[in-house]
Design a protein around this ligand. Structure first.
Ligand SMILES: *[C@@H]1O[C@H](CO)[C@@H](O)[C@H](O)[C@H]1NC(C)=O
Ligand SMILES: *[C@@H]1O[C@H](CO)[C@@H](O)[C@H](O)[C@H]1NC(C)=O
Ligand SMILES: *[C@@H]1O[C@H](CO)[C@@H](O)[C@H](O)[C@H]1NC(C)=O
Ligand SMILES: *[C@@H]1O[C@H](CO)[C@@H](O)[C@H](O)[C@H]1NC(C)=O
Ligand SMILES: *[C@@H]1O[C@H](CO)[C@@H](O)[C@H](O)[C@H]1NC(C)=O
Ligand SMILES: *[C@@H]1O[C@H](CO)[C@@H](O)[C@H](O)[C@H]1NC(C)=O
Length: 665
């Protein structure tokens, strides 16, 4: 490849030298230009753009002059008439608004243009007409300068030693009996012919693909070139200039000879293309410009706004330590879409920590999404770690946690969707159909085994800390599923649980929870209360009821003391086994024993509730049974938001069914 290039290059050089030696004299032809062509003499900012093979006179800089001359002077023997014929193709492109100055083809007596000025003087003349300039020029002028008698900003003129034209005409060409206007500064290639013979100089113009018109555009019959250049030796070339306004000035091809007959023809099809620098714009009207800018601005604004909105809308908080939980992480976008933007229609209810929405992920998988708002970032890591641990808990009576997502001030927990909602609705909402006893018993057994699993069979002891009917979910087959691990905490076996603040729901909280903290025993207590509410169909504390009925535990015990334990059962329950109801109520009282040590373990509870072993003998007046010592509040250990207090007869403080939040979160 390289050798071939080298050989070709050498051959070309040889041919070139031979040709150029012949071409010292006109006629000569440039069908496009080559960088470094020795026939060309470039001055100032004139260059040949190598990629395009275009001769560029000036670039888009202010007050530039660029000239390109044929290297050799044209000489006429004394016997020869002084005449010439030239044909060139040029293009002028605007480079700003207003747009620049034009170009000129010139015949000069030397290559030095001392005192020549840019702008309207084309880099050939200056304001001093009496200076010794000896130049004939054909100007293609695109600016109007009254001091040099310009007729318009689009004209062609013949200049003799001055920028003031001897003759000039608006740019046009003659075709089919009429003149057609030509816009010089269109960026389109324009053909120009300049013919001089005797004392007549004709200048003819035409667009690229048009034949030379039969009539010249401007003509002067009193040009004595020998007199102008003061001799029979002259230089020919092009000159262009810029002022405070610019234009790109290109020459695409050039042919020159001493006579029309010997003029070599330019191959139009082989001419280079007019370069279109990026900065070039056609000068649009100011209003259109402003409008376009405004539209562009608005579109850009909308795009950026939309992007920022989406970015903000779906923004998540993700930290390095979470990487190990990668697969558990749901994108906020997916959850947002699954819940139809957390729409009201998907709202399921309000849990201990936040709102729960139903969501439909891809493949029509239904999930429950809980939005937990959290202000403090501290403890988040531990909390997420716990949640992730919860996922490893697998029991048929637990609501499976699927994953989570973190946002600023928000945590989203994704768990399996339970079609039949929470148990409390069926127990306390009398507009709902009541659950038959056999179903209630089955649910109680489900929850007992789930809690036993958490207490004993999981890798770590898991204390649920918020056992209540509201946290028992019902799946499609009305199986009980223990849910809402939001309030749970994990404890390593043997770790001191008292380090954690009290968490739970009043009425289900064991009396010692404030002083001792949560334990499996406090869970058993809450489970006892849960048993009573399932059997009796009422909440553990009903502040609207009379004093003797207000507290479920004492009331059930009273019923037992007065007549029959079964009297306490849910009146909506019609078909039931008295034996089973009695066993559940007794077990409830046993679990809710005031004395922690007197409560059974969850393993035992499972045995009792299934009737595998008989309950121990005890009576309504047995120690700790049916005793509800009002819980003393120690404000130092609890943060209680919107606490509603009511005084009982013996002046102790009660909290009426308020939810406590631990201060440790
Ligand atoms: C134009 O040419 C002049 C002289 O060659 C040079 O100094 C200037 O940097 C050029 N400007 C641009 C925009 O290329
Ligand atoms: C014009 O040029 C002539 C000759 O070169 C010189 O004598 C004269 O001072 C110039 N005038 C101005 C105004 O530059
Ligand atoms: C036209 O050119 C001649 C020289 O050829 C010059 O003497 C004359 O002043 C010019 N006329 C105008 C109007 O510029
Ligand atoms: C040249 O064109 C301008 C407007 O572009 C016009 O005002 C002027 O009269 C024209 N001149 C000639 C000689 O046609
Ligand atoms: C100039 O144009 C006139 C009119 O068309 C023509 O008669 C004459 O021969 C031309 N002269 C040259 C040198 O082309
Ligand atoms: C041009 O001018 C020169 C001297 O200035 C003169 O010798 C010659 O005859 C003139 N040519 C024509 C065609 O008038």
């Amino acid at each position: 490849m390289m050798t071939r290039g080298l050989v070709l290059g050498v051959i070309w050089m040889m041919l070139y030298c031979v040709c150029s030696s012949f071409q010292q004299e006109p006629p000569f032809l440039f069908n496009g230009f080559n960088q470094g062509d020795p026939r060309l003499h470039l001055q100032d900012s004139a260059i040949v753009i190598p990629r395009n093979h275009v001769l560029q006179l000036t670039n888009a800089s202010k007050t530039q002059i660029g000239r390109a001359l044929f290297q050799q002077p044209i000489e006429f023997k004394p016997s020869e008439p002084v005449s010439f014929s030239t044909h060139f193709v040029c293009a002028l492109l605007p480079a700003g608004d207003p747009s620049g100055h034009g170009i000129a083809f010139f015949v000069s007596h030397s290559t030095d243009f001392i005192g020549a000025e840019p702008t309207r003087y084309f880099g050939l003349f200056n304001s001093n007409e009496s200076s010794s300039t000896r130049v004939l020029a054909v100007e293609l002028d695109i600016s109007i300068a009254p001091d040099v008698n310009d007729i318009s900003d689009n004209h062609v003129g013949i200049d003799v030693n001055s920028a003031k034209s001897n003759v000039s005409a608006n740019a046009s060409y003659f075709s089919e009996g009429r003149n057609i206007d030509v816009k010089l500064l269109s960026g389109d290639p324009i053909q120009v012919w300049v013919d001089y013979e005797g004392t007549t100089l004709n200048v003819t113009l035409a667009p690229l693909k048009t034949k030379k018109p039969s009539k010249p555009l401007v003509s002067s019959k009193s040009i004595n070139l020998t007199e102008i250049v003061k001799g029979r030796r002259m230089f020919v070339g092009f000159s262009g200039s810029t002022g405070s306004s610019m234009s790109y000035q290109y020459i695409l091809g050039w042919s020159f000879s001493k006579s029309v007959a010997s003029l070599l023809s330019i191959d139009i099809s082989k001419l280079p293309k007019v370069p279109h620098p990026k900065s070039i714009k056609k000068p649009p009207s100011l209003a259109l410009d402003a409008l376009l800018s405004l539209i562009a601005f608005l579109v850009l604004g909308l795009l950026i706004g939309g992007y920022m909105y989406r970015r903000n809308m779906y923004a998540e908080v993700r930290e390095d330590w979470e990487n190990e939980y990668g697969p558990l992480r749901y994108s906020y976008k997916s959850l947002y879409k699954a819940t139809k933007g957390f729409s009201k229609n998907e709202f399921l209810g309000r849990g201990g920590f936040g709102e729960v929405y139903k969501g439909t992920l891809s493949k029509s998988r239904e999930v429950a999404v809980k939005r937990v708002s959290h202000e403090a970032e501290e403890g988040m890591k531990q909390f997420v770690a716990e949640i992730v641990c919860m996922r490893s808990l697998k029991h048929r009576s637990l609501v499976p946690l699927l994953g989570y997502c973190r946002r600023k001030r928000e945590l989203l927990l994704v768990s399996e969707y339970m079609p039949n909602g929470s148990l409390d609705h069926y127990l306390f909402d009398h507009s709902q159909t009541s659950l038959p006893w056999w179903r209630r018993l089955a649910i109680v057994k489900d929850i007992a085994s789930a809690l036993s699993y958490l207490h004993t069979e999981a890798d770590q002891v898991v204390i649920h800390r918020d056992i209540k009917a509201a946290n028992v979910m019902l799946d499609a087959e009305f199986n009980g599923r223990l849910g809402d691990f939001g309030m749970s905490r994990l404890y390593d076996r043997g770790a001191d649980p008292t380090t954690t603040a009290a968490v739970g729901t009043f009425g289900y909280m064991a009396p010692e929870i404030v002083t001792m903290g949560p334990s499996t025993g406090t869970d058993v207590y809450a489970f006892g209360v849960f048993l009573l509410e399932v059997a009796c169909g009422r909440r553990p504390v009903e502040s609207s009821l009379s004093a003797e009925k207000r507290f479920l535990i004492t009331w059930v015990c009273d019923c037992w003391r007065r007549s029959s334990l079964v009297d306490a059962k849910d009146p909506r329950m019609l078909e039931f086994s008295s034996q089973e109801v009695e066993r559940v109520l007794k077990l409830g009282l046993l679990c809710a024993n005031f004395v922690p040590e007197a409560r059974p373990s969850m393993e035992q509870v499972v045995q009792y509730v299934n009737g595998n072993i008989a309950l121990p003998e005890f009576w309504p007046h047995s120690p700790g049974i049916g005793v509800l010592t009002p819980m003393a509040l120690s404000p130092g250990r609890l943060t209680i938001p919107s606490l509603s207090l009511s005084s009982s007869s013996n002046n102790s403080m009660f909290v009426t069914h308020s939810v406590f939040y631990g201060s440790g979160r």
